[in-house]
Ligand binder design. Structure first.
Ligand code: GLN
Length: 194
């Protein structure tokens, strides 16, 4: 029985919950999805998603509730952690967000494609999840900068890195919970060691 947690401080939590449930169902995984926001809820989870939203707010709340350390502990135990959009920013170094977790050896550039009105949808190639192009929704999206050699680049758009992995950690600049395609969530759940 697998328990996936979705950090529920701020952002598009409910979409992440429903997508993760659907992906578990497709993969025939016996599991459940929990919204997590107090320390004790982090103890027994097998995977964690940090959703998109507003990274400044998520960072402040992480600090206020003392949850950064809980997430670091999970990552050290090789538990998969996926950060999407603002969540990606939290996984990177603290160069532009003082509360970023610095779990992945990379920096994030916020709003790298422009502000809200420059949000867009586009088909990109993510060979790791299959040959069919993936329809990605970018909303005030960040990109990954200065990835070290430890980071595997999984997707680029306009020569900018928009999806990357470092062992159990997955950083996604777009919003996989806003499209019907479940491949990103399935790929993430398959990182759980069983
Ligand atoms: N631009 C937002 C930030 O910096 C992220 C946007 C999103 O998560 N959709 O926090």
């Amino acid at each position: 029985m697998i328990t996936a947690g979705v950090l529920s401080l701020q952002g598009d939590v409910s979409e992440q919950v429903s997508h993760t449930k659907a992906a578990m169902h497709d993969l025939n995984l016996d599991g459940c999805v929990l919204e997590v926001k107090v320390k004790k809820e982090f103890k027994d989870i097998n995977a964690l998603i940090i959703p998109g939203g507003e990274s400044t707010t998520i960072g402040k709340l992480l600090k206020e509730y003392g949850l950064g350390e809980e997430i670091k502990k999970l990552a050290r135990k090789n538990i998969p952690v996926m950060g999407t959009c603002a969540g990606l920013i939290m996984l990177g170094k603290d160069t532009n967000n003082a509360n970023a977790l610095g779990l992945m050896d990379m920096e994030a550039e916020r709003n790298a494609f422009g502000r809200q009105k420059e949000s867009f949808e586009v088909d990109i190639n993510i060979p790791r999840i299959g040959e069919t192009p993936y329809h990605a929704v970018f909303i005030r999206a960040p990109v990954i900068k200065k990835p070290s050699e430890k980071i595997e680049i999984l997707a680029e758009y306009k020569n900018k890195v928009v999806m990357a992995q470092e062992n159990n950690l997955l950083a996604v600049a777009f919003h996989p919970e806003l499209t019907e395609d479940l491949r990103v969530h399935k790929y993430f759940l398959e990182l759980i060691k069983r």
